[in-house]
Design a protein around this ligand. Structure first.
Ligand SMILES: C[S@@+](CC[C@H](N)C(=O)[O-])C[C@H]1O[C@@H](n2cnc3c(N)ncnc32)[C@H](O)[C@@H]1O
Length: 297
């Protein structure tokens, strides 16, 4: 679903498409402060043109004739909270695909999940709580569900599994909930999983119901302490390929909240290109073939 087309705001005739207005340095400063304070994303000095082109989409849609007017809109308009959501949609990068990080999935199956189950064995049917934080359109969360269904559940039939995916962007959460994907998303998916867990229809790849039932999705801003405090008792958290958009203070804040969301013995995975060096010393590093995890002791 394209939320832009569902906006309650009237579309005016005025368009900036051919307008010579550009984002001044001082207006760039106030926008990046507003964005940073609301969601932790930090636009570097050399990203002004990128932000300008993203914001223009909203100016055009709203029929506003300057970036300054758009800033006032975000600050004072009665629809400002709704507009912030649209702002997040235009500034976030939602690139993801199924089975993006196979070594992490291998580590789950070979070591992490068996160890967690063993540590819970005295408490009735074991339950696993897994969180794909910054899930984008859900490919990571569903990849985890497919892997568990295929390789873990046969060994532990009584295992209860709850997987939740969260993201700041409503549009990607809507796609995740629909479970319907284009070919681009499945480009790295093993054929075996494609056949087992997808239904193909007119070049659309839809997740089968048994996998959909294992996963739920909701909007969550990782930078919002109150929402983060509500995320508790997780055994495994994936927070991959989002820290790169944060500055070091945002990383420290987000990772410290995720640490609090984890159970003792729980594990955090981040992206291939990311590190917790200089972000947190609270975790111990656990090595697996071709990947590492961050364990809460
Ligand atoms: C590049 S995608 C990563 C998706 C997936 N984790 C992966 O590794 O394939 C980054 C996601 O982070 C989300 N994001 C950015 N800032 C966020 C925030 N403050 N809170 C929650 N999600 C955020 C974006 O909307 C985007 O969907």
């Amino acid at each position: 679903m394209n939320l832009m087309s569902n906006a309650v705001l009237p579309k005016k005739n005025f368009s900036l498409k051919n307008n010579s207005q550009s984002l001044s340095n001082s207006t760039y400063e106030i926008f990046r402060k507003l964005i940073y304070e609301n969601c932790g994303i930090y636009f570097q000095d050399n990203k002004k043109y990128l932000l300008e082109s993203r914001l223009l989409k909203r100016l055009n849609f709203l029929g506003l004739n300057s970036f300054e007017n758009y800033f006032d809109y975000l600050k004072y308009n009665i629809n400002k909270e709704q507009e912030k959501k649209y702002l997040y949609e235009v500034i976030t990068i939602n690139e993801t695909f199924f089975f993006r990080n196979q070594p992490q999935l291998n580590a789950l199956v070979s070591k992490i999940i068996p160890d967690i189950i063993a540590s819970k064995k005295n408490f009735g049917n074991p339950k696993l709580k897994i969180w794909s934080a910054a899930s984008s359109s859900g490919e990571e969360a569903y990849s985890v569900a497919m892997t568990i269904k295929d390789l873990v559940k046969p060994k532990y039939p009584n295992l209860l599994v709850e997987i939740i995916g969260t993201d700041i962007s409503q549009a990607v959460i809507d796609t995740a909930k629909s479970g319907i994907y284009r070919e681009y998303s499945i480009r790295n998916t093993p054929t075996y999983y494609l056949k087992k867990f997808f239904t193909v229809n007119n070049n659309n790849f839809e997740i089968k119901q048994d996998i959909k039932d294992m996963v739920s999705f909701k909007i969550l801003n990782l930078f919002d302490d109150k929402s983060m405090r509500a995320m508790t008792n997780f055994d495994i958290v994936f927070c991959a390929n989002v820290l790169i958009y944060f500055d070091s203070n945002s990383k420290i804040k987000v990772i410290s909240n995720i640490y609090n969301s984890l159970n003792k013995g729980g594990c955090l995975f981040i992206g291939y290109a990311e590190t917790l060096h200089a972000v947190s010393k609270a975790f111990s590093i656990v090595s697996f073939p071709k990947t590492i995890g961050y364990k809460k002791e």
